[in-house]
Design a protein around this ligand. Structure first.
Ligand code: GA4
Length: 339
């Protein structure tokens, strides 16, 4: 039985909570009661451990005082023996967790950020975002946007912690894993190519790893429901989409009947990746094909035999080098443009 961590105390003590009905139960990891009480299991946090990376330094910053949200910035440690004056790109990293779980300091997101920072020789910014069911969509997407605007508006002369690294604000990339991949898609669409509202920073590409999308019409894979990590579309239905909506909501299904057309938009390039054994493989492939068919620049890569979460769980191992190399190539290919 999972040990439960109380997030929000019941409105009155045992009376209301004992009579409160369990409305939703997400695999025991998250329980929602009729009186609004939410229990989250602390167990999910400890599924893996932090892998120290001596070549990276990190620090936390408050980026949204209104919602009390922090982000973690990672920078490669300078090697005094081989001083490198190259300007570093910036990679935003939006963590996974089905919109309901996760914070920047959980072992998997933290390990992934460390690996991306050292492997890419890039500054990595990993923002928290509001979670459902306390804050349903579009809260997470709004928070992603706020984090990017925080970078735009930051005075880096005064952000002394970063003053020892040369940052290339002209080379900003957005990486999102699972629910974070959904956030990355919506940021890309909202900002458009070259994102003039972000000047002087320039986002040049979006990297979506197993982006968490849905749709009323299930894919073959989803119907077959092969055994995998517990994620499924039901988590959207139960916990994170706006009340009264279904999984064809535009924030869940970018190609649903009521989703605004993506055709004709000018978007920055995408790298879309998925594990070959993921329940969401078909949906992600379909997304990539539809994006291409709408004339967007999309590179689609499948990692044979891999399941959901394959990168975050093993980001520090040799086998993740391929993924990091693909991201590296995508960054160098898209580091400049005629616009
Ligand atoms: C500690 C973690 C590890 C998380 C994020 C956060 C809370 C939820 C976890 C999962 C659990 C289910 C999937 O494996 C996963 C890929 C996912 O989508 O959420 C995991 C994700 C990760 O590996 O980055």
């Amino acid at each position: 039985m999972a040990k439960l961590e109380e997030l929000k105390p019941p409105s009155s003590n045992s009376d209301s909570s004992s009579s409160a009905e369990l409305i939703e139960n997400c695999f025991g990891y998250l329980k929602l009661y009729s009186d609004g009480t939410i229990f989250r299991s602390a167990e999910i946090k400890h599924k893996s451990t932090i892998q120290e990376n001596p070549s990276v330094i990190w620090n936390d910053f408050l980026f949204d005082p209104l919602h009390n949200l922090n982000l973690r910035i990672y920078k490669p440690k300078k090697d005094p023996k081989s001083p490198n004056h190259k300007q570093l790109p910036i990679l935003f990293y939006f963590h996974a967790g089905g919109f309901c779980f996760g914070e920047r300091f959980y072992p998997n997101p933290h390990n992934s950020s460390l690996s991306l920072c050292s492997g890419l020789q890039s500054v990595v910014i990993s923002p928290d975002y509001r979670l459902a069911p306390e804050s349903r969509l579009p809260a997470a997407i709004e928070d992603g946007f706020t984090a990017i605007k925080w970078l735009r508006d930051s005075d880096f002369q005064t952000l002394t912690w970063l003053s020892d690294v040369e940052i290339d604000f002209d080379r900003v990339f957005v990486f999102g894993d699972s629910s974070g991949g959904n956030i990355a898609h919506h940021l890309a669409v909202r900002l458009g190519r070259g994102s003039p509202e972000l000047k002087p920073i320039r986002v040049r590409g979006y990297i979506l790893l197993s982006p968490f999308f849905g749709g009323v019409l299930r894919t073959k894979r989803e119907e077959e429901k092969p055994y995998e990590n517990f994620w499924s579309q039901e988590i959207y239905d139960q916990l994170s989409i706006p009340h009264g909506a279904n999984v064809d909501h535009p924030l869940v299904n970018p190609f649903g009947a009521s989703s605004p057309s993506i055709e004709g938009l000018r978007l920055d390039p995408f790298l879309v990746m998925v594990g070959g054994d993921e329940v969401m493989r078909d949906r992600v492939e379909d997304y990539a094909m539809k994006m291409k068919a709408s004339n967007h620049q999309v590179q689609y890569v499948e990692f044979e035999g891999k399941q959901h979460g394959f990168f975050t769980s093993y980001s520090y191992l040799e086998e993740s080098k391929n993924l990091i190399q693909l991201v590296k190539d995508f960054i160098s290919k898209n580091s400049s443009s005629i616009i």
